[in-house]
Design a protein around this ligand. Structure first.
Ligand code: CP
Ligand code: NVA
Length: 316
């Protein structure tokens, strides 16, 4: 049974092939080619947290493939009334073809996957957001070519996105510089898997030097709304400003998984400026996840890892 619970569920070569396939599927979509391998198949989305991009990209992608989606909000299913995830997993496995889950506890997702006999996808937990990373790496490589050996800087919270960037650094083989305020570092277990790969600091101006890509995220993730004021204080020196961005390489890109809060983790001049690729990043959620769905349901990855097209723009 193939699940996608973290990036580690795929090998580096499978991931690279999946991104090549995503680029091919994007081109097919842009040419208006109809491709409907999932006619008669059903995807169930179980989301206990809010979502714009993830929900719409999974529903749209599955629909473009000819399949049907059922969206289960917490208060509209028996899960919200206490039916165990394990029981729901057994039932949905007998009706649907794939389940995509967004929930707080990563262990809940694991519990569901352990009892499912159909593929389960992590659409964000408090610990990881692997689908976002597929789109992020795809976007970097479309603009700048292979991310291998590049230097990426994460500025902000050591949260689910930061953890997935740490997994990506290991699997796609790039250096990750991480600047977080004291008390907001990522989980040590992730560092221990490949200690030499990460450079930790509490100084964002130092961390950003020589970077090919700068990434940030909200200072208060979903579920941390009550900590917002305290976090705004703790993170006040971790904003990605134009001045700070100018310390990265001149050709550096800026990414944010969105939703973004201008004036807090990033200034408008950066997210709406020339180095930002956040709209491509968001749009690529659709194509990267279509490649993922195809791989999980059909075992198809498609193109070889050497077939990436030339980057859209060359470094100056
Ligand atoms: N980036 C992301 O996952 O966005 P949504 O919360 O809108 O799905
Ligand atoms: N870290 C954010 C990501 C949102 C896509 C959150 O968990 O709310």
């Amino acid at each position: 049974m193939k699940h996608f619970l973290t990036l580690d569920d795929m090998t580096p070569s499978q991931l690279q092939q999946l991104l090549s396939r995503a680029i091919e599927l994007k081109a097919m979509q842009q040419r208006g080619e109809l491709y409907r391998p999932f006619i008669g198949k059903t995807q169930v989305l179980i989301f206990t947290k809010a979502s714009t991009r993830t929900r719409v990209s999974f529903e749209t992608g599955f629909g473009q493939f000819g399949g049907t989606t059922i969206f289960l909000a917490p208060d509209h299913s028996q899960l919200g009334r206490g039916e165990p995830a394990a029981d729901t997993a057994r039932v949905l496995s007998r009706m649907a073809d794939i389940v995509v889950i967004r929930t707080a506890e990563h262990n809940q997702l694991l519990d569901f996957a352990n009892h499912a006999t159909i593929p389960v996808v992590n659409a964000l937990t408090d610990d990881f957001h692997p689908c976002q990373l597929l789109a992020d790496i795809m976007t970097y490589e479309e603009h700048r070519g292979s991310i291998r050996g590049r230097r990426v800087t994460w500025i902000g919270d050591g949260n689910n996105m930061c953890h997935s960037w740490m997994n990506a650094a290991r699997l796609f083989d790039f250096e990750l510089s991480i600047a977080t305020p004291a008390g907001y570092a990522p989980k040590p277990a992730l560092t221990q898997r490949d200690p030499g790969r990460f450079i930790f600091s509490q100084d964002p101006d130092q961390a950003i030097l020589n970077s090919d890509l700068v990434v940030t995220d909200t200072w208060a993730s979903m579920g941390q709304e009550e900590e917002k004021a305290r976090r705004q204080l703790a993170f006040s020196h971790f904003k990605v400003t134009k001045a700070r961005m100018s310390k990265a390489k001149p050709e550096a890109l800026f990414m944010h998984c969105l939703p973004a809060y201008r004036g807090f983790e990033v200034d408008a001049a950066v997210i709406d400026g020339p180095q930002s690729v956040v709209w491509d990043e968001a749009g690529n959620r659709l194509h990267a996840q279509k490649a993922l769905l195809e791989y999980l349901l059909d075992g198809f990855i498609g193109l070889s890892e050497n077939s990436l097209p030339e980057p859209l723009s060359e470094s100056p």
